[in-house]
Design a protein around this ligand. Structure first.
Ligand code: SAH
Length: 251
């Protein structure tokens, strides 16, 4: 059995209880060493064999899983955040299907949710945005033609950009064509890690500030007026609003 586990954004206490139990009892652990906090593996059982997938290709990862399965060993495949977001676990699951190897997926706290937490912000403010777009800039992985950053930006929704901090200058130039230039932006480096950094700005100055802070990787860029202070109160907790669970008062 192979368990794909979302290790969370960094802080080892943000690993799920279920994920931790599997990691701590696994015979073989394959973790994404470039981003997973090694402390997540601190209680691995003695004798567990640990592989860092940063130096392995897909065939090598699958081979380790296959060998373990033949010996009836339990494998924990540990991905950063939640594996469903830029985790590249689909191609592994498909190979396991071909090999007839059983697997499960344990979700994790994605870095985009940890980012909202450390910023102490809500992505979906009434009257501001009710939509969250998770995307990236085109790198070696091409963007599908209908998902160009400019097209996505035209919605002026809350936008979260992964994997692209090295292209912040270019990114903010594109975003300025669709959002007001003074739209607030935050860049969060290593959310929930001990060396976490937060840089605030707007679409005109964020690239320079992030450069000055020396941030070059492992950061998310979040854009939108949800970072501001103007919004409407929710209907959910509006005292005049009747919900399934609560009768509203008339004023
Ligand atoms: N599956 C992961 C994302 C993997 S892609 C998740 O759910 O979070 C890797 C990118 O995620 C990084 O380039 C960076 O943009 C972002 N990232 C991962 N961990 C982060 C963290 N702790 N703080 C900020 N960004 C992070």
């Amino acid at each position: 059995m192979v368990s794909f586990i979302g290790a969370g954004p960094g802080d080892p206490e943000l690993l799920t209880i279920k994920g931790k139990k599997i990691i701590d009892s696994a015979d073989v652990i394959i973790y994404a060493g470039s981003l997973v906090n090694p402390q997540v593996l601190a209680d691995a059982k003695e004798g567990a064999v640990i592989y860092n997938s940063a130096t392995m290709n897909l065939d090598e990862v699958i081979q380790v899983m296959k060998d373990a399965e033949e010996r009836k060993l339990k494998v924990a495949r540990v991905h950063t955040g939640d594996p469903a977001i830029y985790g590249a676990h689909r191609e592994q699951m498909d190979r396991l299907d071909e090999l007839g190897i059983e697997y499960e997926v344990i979700p994790g706290v994605s870095s985009f949710l940890a980012t909202a937490a450390v910023l102490k912000k809500e992505y979906t403010l009434p009257g501001v945005s009710q939509t969250v777009i998770l995307t990236r800039m085109e790198g070696r992985t091409p963007m599908p033609p209908k998902e160009k950053l400019l097209d996505l930006a035209k919605h002026n929704a809350t936008m979260i950009i992964f994997l692209s901090i090295g292209m912040l200058e270019e990114m903010s130039a594109v975003l300025r064509q669709a959002y007001q230039p003074e739209t607030p932006v935050a860049v969060v480096y290593k959310a929930t890690w001990e060396d976490q950094k937060i840089v605030y700005g707007d679409l005109t100055n964020i690239a320079g500030r992030v450069k000055d802070a020396g941030i070059k990787k492992t950061a998310l860029t979040v854009v939108g007026n949800f970072l501001g202070d103007e919004y409407e109160l929710s209907k959910l907790y509006d005292k005049t609003f009747t919900t399934e669970f609560r009768k509203g008062v008339t004023e």
